[in-house]
Every structure is written in structure tokens, then in C-alpha cells.
Ligand binder design. Structure first.
Ligand SMILES: Cc1cc2nc3c(=O)[nH]c(=O)nc-3n(C[C@H](O)[C@H](O)[C@H](O)COP(=O)(O)OP(=O)(O)OC[C@H]3O[C@@H](n4cnc5c(N)ncnc54)[C@H](O)[C@@H]3O)c2cc1C
Length: 381
């Protein structure tokens, strides 16, 4: 006998949806997940083998308690799944001394206390010689940051949910969601099933499925490029990094230690209509910005990638997540628009969505701002 008596569907079991599914299954809810492909696929926002986990937050300090709670849930999922989902051996945040984002990062480092260490340019060159910082740049070591393994995480959360009784319908596209009085119908091909409540976590596909969400969300294509070390060089000891504005970029070593994956910021993320129709071919012009990072910051890396791949993410105008009920369907909760930074906190977003749909308060009161955030007041993207 299921605890709440409610039947709930989760549409999309990617980064966020798999976490929601696991949280609801843990609460003994009758829950079904629908997935266009299969949990852990690489065609949405969760591909490319690595994501950055960090405590240092240069933009929005309100997320610090959220990341602490997410960190606890990460550990719980690792225990329950028996899979290693993160490698927390530290990450660097690099920034120009005069930039406001570096000032924020230094403030965040202060709050982390012994969890962070600040290096001047010359100290950084001794300790992290593979990074060629600009004259005015410093580096902050976020000691408990590191690498997330995204595909393995999505798979682990979905498997843990299934083990606790969640049903997952794979390789199945939800075509339509409609609320009729207090029930919500989900249509897939010729079949329609009724639920009490639905959570939509369809990532870059959200506004195709829910056209009313198009006013809040824009879909973008993000590139990752993998760079081998130059002849005679290696990447031993290289940490994941994030370089702050005005030279925003990030990168992570591959798990086998053979290459460094690099990515660039928002201005280089190509707006596309949908992931289903977006160009997958990567041109040399597309590669220029990411090659520039390799040339500028890493003298020991080749400057032409051995591999390049495209992924898709939904952005809000504010670049803060939309976690709220659908504008017109009161039993449909939408988790979308994670705007290039949703992975590290995804276990918490999963818990928050599950609590909210069950009418419960967030596990940490400091997270209420996420639900209260007024996206309706934002301009369309
Ligand atoms: C290249 C790149 C690098 C990033 N780096 C970082 C980082 O270092 N740190 C960090 O914290 N964040 C990072 N992010 C952001 C983070 O990865 C995303 O915010 C997060 O993965 C978004 O999760 P999502 O659940 O919204 O989307 P997804 O993980 O794409 O999940 C959406 C799911 O819905 C399914 N779906 C869609 N439509 C339907 C339908 N109609 N029926 C059934 N299923 C459907 C899809 O198949 C997919 O599985 C990065 C993102 C990208 C793209």
C-alpha cells in the first residue's frame, strides 16, 4: 500500500527528473517516470562524462545552504547506489583581482574558512604550474569541490528509484499533458494515462511539451571540447577549474586522466529551436572560443580538440531555475531552466520538487526563495 494514495508522474528522467523519481520512491509514493531515451543518455544536458561540483558561489550566495544540503544527498545516493558519483579532490576558481565576480568569490571563500585557500598569481604558478594565469589573476582552491560523473549519477538515481518501486517507461516520448479538473492526463502515442499530479523535468524539450513555458525558457546548444596534452606533456595533477568573467570558461580532467575537457560561457551558447532539430555538426568557427581557452590558459595542452560534442540546456532570462507550478495547470510542477549550472545541486532540486508536490515544506527553510522566485515578472528571453 503506497503512503500518500496519490499517483504521480515524472516526465523526463534526466538530471533532475531521476532525482525527483528517487525522492518520491523513497517516500513510498506510487510514481512513474517517462523518458524519451533511457536514464543516463547523452543527448540532453547530462552528457560529456564530467560536471563541476563546487561550494564557492560567486553569483548568488543564497545557494550556499542549498549546496550543503545537496552535498548530503549526494552522499546518501552514493551509499544507496553503491556507485562512486563524485571525485572531490578540489577545484580552482580563477579570476581577475579587479572583477566583481572575484570579489564575490573571495567573500564566499571567507565563509568557507579552511575549506578554501587563496593563491596569488605567483603562488599559483608554483602550486598549479599547468595554468597560465593573466598578470592580474588569482586562484582560489575550493578544497571539497571536484568532479561529478553525470551519466552515472542519472543512472544511479533512476536505478535506486526503480529498486524502491518506481516504474520507468523508457524510450517513450510524452506528447501532451492536460489537466482536466483535478486530474492530469499524459499522452504517449496512442495511450493516455491519468495522474493526480505531474512533475515535468524535460530539460531543453520543456517548451515543446508545454508551450506556455516558452515565455520563460530558451533552448541553447553548448559545446564541450576535449584536449590532449601537447607532445611530452601530461595532465597529472590538473584540477577542475572555473574562470570567472570577463574570461568565463571552465574545464575538467577526464576520469582516465588522459585529456582535459573545456567549455565556454553563455555568449557562445547557440540559441536553437529544439534539441530534435538543432545542428549537431560542429564547425571550426564553433570551436574557436573553446580553442582560445586552451591556447590562453593551458600551455601544455594541444590547441585542437581530439573530440567535440554538443549538449542542450534550457535557460531562463534570469539564469535562475524555474521551479514552480505551471502557469495554468495547478497540478503540474515544472523544474526547468537550470541555465548551465543545475547539476551540482540536482539532488536537492529533486528533493525540493518531491516535497513541494506532496505539499511539504522544503527540508531547509533557506531554500524557500527558489520556490518564491517570481519568474512571471521576468522579460521573455
Ligand atoms: C556542456 C554543459 C556543461 C555543464 N556544466 C555544469 C557543471 O559543471 N556544473 C553544474 O552544476 N551544471 C552544469 N551544467 C548544467 C547541468 O548539466 C544542467 O543544468 C542539468 O543537467 C539540467 O538538467 P535537466 O534535468 O533540466 O535536463 P536533462 O538532464 O537534459 O533531462 C531532461 C530529460 O527529459 C527527457 N525528455 C525530454 N522531453 C521528454 C518527453 N517529451 N517525454 C519524455 N522524456 C522527455 C530527456 O530525454 C532528458 O533525459 C552543464 C550543462 C551543460 C550542457
Amino acid at each position: 500500500m503506497k503512503l500518500t494514495g496519490q499517483k504521480i508522474a515524472v516526465v523526463g528522467t534526466g538530471t533532475i527528473g531521476a532525482q525527483v523519481l528517487w525522492q518520491l520512491a523513497k517516500k513510498n509514493v506510487d510514481v512513474t517516470g517517462y523518458e524519451l531515451y533511457s536514464p543516463g543518455h547523452s543527448r540532453g544536458a547530462a552528457g560529456g562524462e564530467t560536471r563541476l561540483f563546487r561550494h564557492l558561489e560567486p553569483e548568488y550566495v543564497e545557494y550556499l545552504p542549498v549546496t550543503s544540503r545537496a552535498d548530503e544527498i549526494w552522499n546518501e545516493l552514493e551509499m544507496e547506489s553503491g556507485s562512486r558519483l563524485r571525485n572531490l579532490n578540489g577545484a580552482l576558481m580563477i579570476g581577475s583581482e579587479s572583477s566583481p565576480s572575484t570579489a564575490n568569490a573571495l567573500g564566499a571563500a571567507d565563509r568557507l574558512g579552511s575549506g578554501a585557500e587563496v593563491f596569488t598569481r605567483s603562488d599559483s604558478q608554483k602550486r598549479f604550474p599547468q595554468y597560465s594565469l593573466n598578470d592580474d589573476e588569482i586562484a582560489i582552491l575550493d578544497k571539497a569541490a571536484g568532479t561529478i560523473y553525470p551519466e552515472r549519477t542519472v543512472r544511479a538515481a533512476a536505478d535506486a528509484a526503480a529498486k524502491r518501486g518506481a516504474r520507468i517507461v523508457r524510450e517513450c516520448r510524452v506528447d501532451d499533458i492536460q489537466q482536466e479538473s483535478d486530474r492530469v492526463s499524459i499522452s504517449t502515442g496512442d495511450e493516455t494515462e491519468l495522474y493526480d499530479r505531474v512533475i515535468v523535468a524535460a530539460g531543453a524539450w520543456t517548451s515543446i511539451l508545454l508551450p506556455d513555458m516558452a515565455q520563460f525558457l530558451a533552448t541553447r546548444r553548448l559545446l564541450s571540447g576535449w584536449f590532449l596534452p601537447a607532445a611530452g606533456k601530461g595532465i597529472d595533477g590538473m584540477l577542475p577549474f572555473m574562470r570567472l568573467d570577463p574570461n568565463y570558461s571552465y574545464g575538467l580532467p577526464t576520469a582516465d586522466g588522459l585529456a582535459m575537457k573545456l567549455g565556454v560561457g553563455f555568449p557562445h551558447h547557440l540559441p536553437v529551436a529544439t534539441p530534435d532539430t538543432a545542428p549537431m555538426r560542429i564547425t571550426d568557427a564553433d570551436l574557436e572560443p573553446v580553442r582560445a581557452v586552451a591556447k590562453d590558459l593551458f600551455p601544455d595542452l594541444d590547441d585542437y580538440p581530439m573530440r567535440a560534442q554538443a549538449y542542450f540546456e534550457a535557460y531562463t532570462h534570469s539564469r535562475r531555475e524555474y521551479m514552480n507550478f505551471h502557469p495554468t495547470m495547478s497540478n503540474v510542477f515544472v523544474c526547468a531552466g537550470f541555465s548551465g549550472k543545475g547539476f551540482k545541486n540536482s539532488p536537492f532540486f529533486g528533493e525540493l520538487a518531491a516535497d513541494t508536490i506532496l505539499g511539504r515544506k522544503p527540508s531547509i527553510p533557506e531554500a524557500q526563495f527558489i520556490l518564491d522566485f517570481d519568474h512571471v515578472a521576468q522579460l521573455p528571453v
